[in-house]
Design a protein around this ligand. Structure first.
Ligand code: NAD
Length: 471
C-alpha cells in the first residue's frame, strides 16, 4: 500500500514524475509542474487491469464496498489541504469561498453519502401466481471522462457510485486539470485494492478511444454538449451504457413579490460560484419591471464587495478563468452585450496587461433577450439581467433554449413559487436558491443538457444494470 502524501510538494512530485507537458497557474502564469501524457497503448493496459480487478470487487458485498468508500473519504480528508492547494494553483479557484477547500469538503461528503445509501431488492409483483424481483447488478468497467471546472468533485461523482455498485473505473481527466485529478487518485489508491480505480492523463483523442473501447461497458461523461453529442454517436456501435452531464444556460426568474435585498446574496452566489465556471450556475436572470432597479442595485452592492485575485491569498473568493480559451469566450460575449446596447452595471473592463486570466465580476442590465450573452453559455463571471413585463413572457424566455440543466424561482410566496417552478423546463428547479446540489438528491439535465442522473439512490441505479428475476 502507498502512504498518504503529507505536503503539497510531496503530492506534486508524485504526480509530475515522468511528466512532459508544462502546467501553468492561471492566476500567476507560474509553472506548477509537468503533466504526464499517455496514449492508447496505456489505455489498453489499464482497461485490461480494470477487467481483471472487477470480478473480485463485484464479489464483495455492498457493506464491504461501502467500508472502502468510507476509507477513501478519510484519506481525502487527511490530504485535503495539499489537494486544495494543488487544485487552487492548477484550476485557479481560491482556497476560500465556495471554491477549493469547499470542493474537497464536497468530495468527502459525497463519498460518505454514497457509501451510506440503502439499495434494497425491489419486489415488483408477488400475487401468488407471479413473483418478480428487481436488482441492480454491476455493469463491469466504467470509463469516466471529466471537465476542468470542478475536477475533483466531478471525479468523485463518477468514482463513488461506480465503485459502490461493483464496477471498476478508468478515468480520463481534462487536459486542463490533469495534476489535481492525478493527485486525488493517488490519495484514493492508498486505501483501495489495485486496479479498481485507474487514471490515464491524456488528450481528447484518448477520451474518444475510450468511447469505442470494447473493454469499457459504460461511459459517464461530464463536459460540453458538443462533446456529449460526439460521445453519444461513437458509443452507439458498442451500445455502451451512457450518462451525459452536459452544458447548461440556467435561467433564474424573480417573481414580483420577492424581496430584492433578501435574495441578492443567493442570486450572486448562484451565478458567480467558482467565478461562474459551473454547469448549474445561474446564467441569465429575469426580473420584473416593478423590481428591476432594486434587484440591480442590490446585486451590485453584493458583487462589488467580493474580492477576486490569486487563489492562494486567503481573502479571495473569486479567481481567474481557468484558461485563455474560456477567458476569450467571456470577453467576446460581454463585448457583444455592449455592442448590442446593454448597460454595464459593474465590471466589463478587463485589465489586458495584468497577469492571469482575470475577468472582472460583470453585471449587464437592459440587455436584449436574444443577445448572445443571454442565449449562449458564458461559463464565467458575467451575468445578464433581463427585464420582463408578464410572467408568461418570463417563462417563455426561460424555456425557449435547447438546454435544461437547472433553473430557479425567487419569491416570498412559496406556493406561487412552486406553481411557477413546475412550468420551468429543467432537470432541477430550485426555489430561493440556485445550484444547491445535494448528494441525496438526483441531479441531471433534460434537452441538450444530457441524460441520466447522478447522486442518491437513483444515481446508484445508473451505475448498475437492472435485472429482473421472475418466477
Ligand atoms: P469538454 O467537452 O471540452 O471536455 C470534457 C472532457 O471531454 C475532457 O476530458 C476532454 O478531454 C474530453 N473530450 C474532448 N473531446 C472528446 C471526445 N471526442 N471523446 C471523448 N472525450 C472527449 O468540456 P469542458 O470545457 O472541459 O467543460 C465545460 C463544459 O462542461 C460546460 O459546458 C459545462 O456546462 C459542462 N459541465 C456540465 C456539468 C453537468 O453536471 N451537467 C458539470 C460540469 C461541467
Amino acid at each position: 500500500m502507498l502512504s498518504l502524501p503529507t505536503s503539497y510538494s510531496e503530492l506534486v512530485s508524485r504526480v509530475t514524475t515522468g511528466g512532459t507537458r508544462e502546467v501553468f497557474d492561471p492566476a500567476t502564469e507560474e509553472l506548477i509542474g509537468l503533466a504526464p501524457e499517455q496514449g492508447t497503448d496505456v489505455l489498453d493496459e489499464l482497461v485490461a487491469k480494470a477487467r481483471e480487478a472487477q470480478p473480485a470487487w463485484a464479489a464483495l458485498s455492498h457493506a464491504e464496498r461501502s467500508d472502502y468508500l468510507m476509507k477513501m473519504a478519510d484519506a481525502i480528508e487527511h490530504a485535503s489541504e495539499p489537494l486544495a492547494e494543488l487544485l487552487s494553483r492548477e484550476q485557479g479557484k481560491p482556497l476560500n469561498g465556495p471554491n477549493a477547500r469547499f470542493e474537497l469538503g464536497g468530495c468527502v461528503a459525497w463519498t460518505r453519502a454514497t457509501a451510506s445509501f440503502g439499495l434494497e431488492e425491489e419486489t415488483l409483483v408477488d400475487d401468488g401466481e407471479t413473483r418478480a424481483v428487481l436488482n441492480y447488478r454491476p455493469i463491469g468497467v466504467v470509463g469516466g471522462i471529466g471537465p476542468w471546472n470542478w475536477p475533483l468533485m466531478i471525479t468523485i461523482w463518477q468514482i463513488a457510485p461506480a465503485l459502490r455498485m461493483g464496477n471498476t473505473i478508468v478515468l480520463k481527466p481534462s487536459e486542463y486539470t490533469t495534476l489535481s485529478v492525478l493527485a486525488l487518485v493517488e490519495v484514493i489508491n492508498t486505501v483501495l485494492p489495485e486496479g479498481v480505480v485507474q487514471i490515464i492523463p491524456a488528450t481528447p483523442e484518448v477520451g474518444a478511444a475510450m468511447t469505442i473501447h470494447p473493454g469499457i461497458d459504460k461511459i459517464t461523461f461530464t463536459g460540453s454538449t458538443a462533446t456529449g453529442k460526439k460521445i453519444a454517436a461513437s458509443t452507439a456501435d458498442t451500445l455502451k451504457r451512457l450518462t451525459l452531464e452536459l452544458g447548461g444556460n440556467d435561467a433564474g426568474i424573480v417573481l414580483d413579490d420577492a424581496d430584492p435585498k433578501a435574495i441578492a446574496e443567493g442570486l450572486f452566489w448562484g451565478a458567480f460560484i467558482n467565478t461562474g465556471q459551473t454547469c448549474a450556475a445561474l446564467k441569465r436572470l429575469y426580473v420584473p419591471d416593478s423590481l428591476y432597479d432594486q434587484v440591480c442595485d442590490e446585486l451590485v452592492a453584493v458583487a462589488q464587495n467580493m474580492p477576486m485575485g490569486v487563489g492562494l491569498e486567503e481573502q479571495n473568493v473569486l479567481g481567474p478563468l481557468q484558461n485563455k480559451a474560456q477567458y476569450d469566450i467571456v470577453a467576446n460575449l460581454v463585448q457583444k452585450a455592449k455592442d448590442g446596447g446593454a448597460r454595464v452595471l459593474l465590471g466589463g473592463n478587463p485589465d489586458e496587461d495584468a497577469k492571469g486570466f482575470f475577468y472582472p465580476t460583470t453585471l449587464m442590465a437592459d440587455i436584449d433577450k436574444d443577445n448572445p450573452l443571454v442565449v449562449e453559455e458564458q461559463f464565467g463571471p458575467a451575468l445578464p439581467i433581463i427585464r420582463y413585463s408578464t410572467l408568461e413572457e418570463a417563462l417563455e424566455e426561460a424555456n425557449k433554449l435547447n438546454v435544461g440543466l437547472g433553473a430557479s424561482v425567487w419569491s416570498s410566496n412559496i406556493e406561487r413559487a412552486r406553481e411557477v417552478a413546475a412550468k420551468v423546463q429543467a432537470g432541477t428547479v430550485w426555489i430561493n436558491k440556485h445550484g444547491a446540489i445535494d448528494p441525496r438528491i438526483p441531479f441531471g439535465g433534460i434537452k441538450e443538457s444530457g441524460y441520466g442522473v447522478e447522486f442518491g439512490v437513483e444515481g446508484l441505479k445508473h451505475m448498475g444494470l437492472p435485472q429482473v428475476i421472475c418466477e
